[in-house]
Design a protein around this ligand. Structure first.
Ligand code: NAD
Length: 315
């Protein structure tokens, strides 16, 4: 049995204890040595002869899966499955699993961190002080303001709780969570358009689907309060980046915090380089705790599936 392991954080530590169940099960573990997710073409070459994959953010489209002659499971190390063609996988009898909740606190804390970083211009002030300067900040306070959470799942709920903890009022939108369940947490249920109009900080925590592509489109960005902050720690494609750039240039938005981009790495994002954009490299899940939970969860799911049992975390 041959298992491919693509997440860069696991590939850097091939002797890690957490990989022991895989070493026991497989004849060979193959690691991604490129230091980045694999493209469809690279996967097409790597997948023949592979029985299971611990999968990072690689592109599992139909072309990549076409030659996967032995593959039985794609075990996502993380939650998002937008990079996996689920129909193509199902057509080949490949099960897809994920690790829900494993990185929720990590991503939620990054979202709150980005809110403060944007509101207080921490990266700019740091860079200037490190450079020998002594600049004056011109920030805004978050306490007492309104935080809008779009998507009240594992991450959105924790973001809402943290935002309340710093004295913010929270609005939340999720068409699949009953309003009563949102209200029970202390957040106020709102429609998507109400939330965009009323929040001082809008933070996106929905998966990237056709229905959520450009959920922050030009009209909703224009409807945001003057001086508001937009955060995306979810997936590129949720924000119309060109419209967000225009709103920044016009001084309508105070700033934008990003961990996810339309293309990654984001060479041609219109948002990068703007002084009020704080950008991190899709590192929401990169904490010691989340990496450990995602690794053990993804490995457990893979071992279950390859042992002929259905993982409860099948998509
Ligand atoms: P989750 O599945 O627990 O929650 C997603 C929520 O979105 C669900 O409650 C669902 O009802 C809601 N939703 C679905 N369609 C919606 C729509 N059209 N409008 C509003 N809400 C909708 O997932 P999660 O663990 O909270 O993760 C959320 C997203 O964060 C993931 O899909 C992923 O893209 C992203 N993510 C990013 C990182 C990172 O490193 N930055 C890490 C993990 C996850």
């Amino acid at each position: 049995m041959r298992i491919l392991i693509t997440p860069t954080s696991l590939s850097r530590t091939p002797d890690a204890e957490v990989l022991a169940p895989l070493r026991e099960m497989a004849d060979e573990l193959i690691f991604n040595t490129l230091g980045r997710p694999l493209t469809s073409a690279e996967l097409a070459e790597a997948l023949p002869g592979i029985d299971g994959v611990i999968a990072g953010l690689d592109t599992y489209d139909a072309a990549a899966l076409a030659g996967a002659d032995r593959l039985r499971v794609i075990s996502r190390y993380g939650v998002g499955v937008n990079n996996v063609d689920l129909d193509a996988a199902a057509g080949r009898g490949i099960h897809v699993t994920r690790t829900p909740g494993a990185n929720a606190s990590a991503v939620a804390e990054l979202a709150i961190g980005l809110a403060f970083a944007v509101a207080r211009e921490i990266p700019r002030l740091h860079a200037e002080v490190a450079d020998g300067g002594w600049p004056r900040g011109s920030g805004i306070e978050l306490g007492g303001r309104t935080f809008g959470v779009v998507g009240f799942g594992a991450i959105g709920r924790i973001v809402a709780e943290r935002a309340r903890g710093i004295g913010m009022n929270v609005l939340a939108y999720d068409p699949f969570v009953p309003a009563t369940a949102i209200a029970e947490t202390g957040a106020t249920p709102a429609s998507l358009d109400e939330l965009f109009r009323a929040a001082d900080v809008v933070s996106l925590h929905v998966p990237l689907l056709e229905s959520t592509r450009h959920v922050a489109d030009a009209a909703r960005i224009a409807a945001m309060k003057p001086g508001a902050i937009l955060l995306n720690t979810s997936r590129g494609g949720l924000i119309d980046e060109a419209a967000a750039r225009e709103a920044l240039d016009a001084g309508h938005l105070f700033g934008v915090g990003l961990d996810a981009y339309e293309t990654e790495p984001p060479q041609d994002s219109p948002l990068l380089g703007h002084p009020r954009v704080v950008a991190t490299p899709h590192s929401g899940a990169h904490t010691a705790e989340a990496v450990a939970r995602m690794a053990s969860g993804a490995i457990q799911n893979l071992v279950e599936e390859l042992s002929g049992r259905a993982s409860v975390h099948r998509v």
